[in-house]
Design a protein around this ligand. Structure first.
Ligand code: 6GU
Length: 240
């Protein structure tokens, strides 16, 4: 997969991309992550990438010119055109389902904005998707782009050491993960549940599933309701 990132702060990406899974995936050629600085596409004189909003109001707006030039330049580099995604709190919230879908694309182009937002014609003219990582406001799209990259890349074939780690993730079946324990058996009076020491793999699997259900019900009633609705639909197929 190729991932292009268009940003005013390419240096922000250096550390997250040079550790652990993201680093290894790049070294192994599983993903090629290309950073482009939008400012390099600004008109020579002032290197200006933002301007005041028409109609007045606070803050600055990302300009069309540098953004279109930057996108067109990187699009021409790859073997195939990328799926263009703008990171903005106005976007559809990212879910694991969306992450899985993105991981099947050969190429993504992530646009991280700053200031009050993007000139609307950027989205319109580039026919870009908009994505948010949650209902809170960040100072820019960079951290959100890194979240997307991390979540997507770990799903690519060969990116995780243990091939079935991703299958066990929270959300992969719509439930939160069961609790984990490792040595020692007792820590400050807190014991590892006996069943995990029993060696009975059938009972352990059952316990873990129950714990997943319980946790989801307690921490995420919204996910639990959706899970139950799916189970019900499977048990009684719709009458024709
Ligand atoms: Cl994608 N950008 C910004 N600036 N804030 C956000 C976000 C994105 N997602 C959640 N909050």
């Amino acid at each position: 997969m190729r991932i292009d990132v268009l940003t005013l702060f390419p240096e922000m990406f250096e550390s997250p991309l040079s550790h652990s899974i993201l680093r290894r995936a790049q070294q192994q050629g599983i993903v090629d992550i290309v950073l482009s600085n939008i400012r390099e596409y600004a008109a020579e004189r002032y290197r200006k990438v933002d301007d005041t909003p028409y109609g007045g109001g606070p803050g600055m707006v990302m300009m069309c010119g540098p953004m279109f030039d930057c996108v067109e330049h990187v699009q021409a580099q790859g073997a195939e055109p990328g799926r263009i995604i703008m990171l903005t709190p106005q976007g559809a919230p990212l879910t694991q389902e969306k992450v899985v879908e993105l991981s099947r694309s050969p190429r993504l182009i992530l646009i991280a904005g700053r200031y009050e937002g993007f000139d609307e014609r950027i989205r319109q003219g580039l026919d870009a998707e908009q994505m948010s990582i949650g209902d809170y406001v960040l100072s820019g799209g960079e951290l959100a782009a890194m979240v997307v990259i991390d979540a997507v890349v770990r799903l690519l074939d060969g990116a995780l050491g243990d091939e079935d780690s991703a299958a066990n993730d929270s959300f992969s079946d719509g439930l939160l993960e069961y609790p984990h324990y490792t040595r020692p058996e007792e820590f400050r009076g807190m014991r590892v549940p006996e069943i995990l020491l029993s060696g009975d793999h059938g009972k352990i699997a059952q316990w873990r599933h129950e714990q997943s259900l319980l946790r989801t019900q307690q921490q995420r009633p919204d996910l639990y309701a959706a899970y139950q609705a799916r189970q019900d639909a499977q048990q009684q197929p719709k009458k024709r």
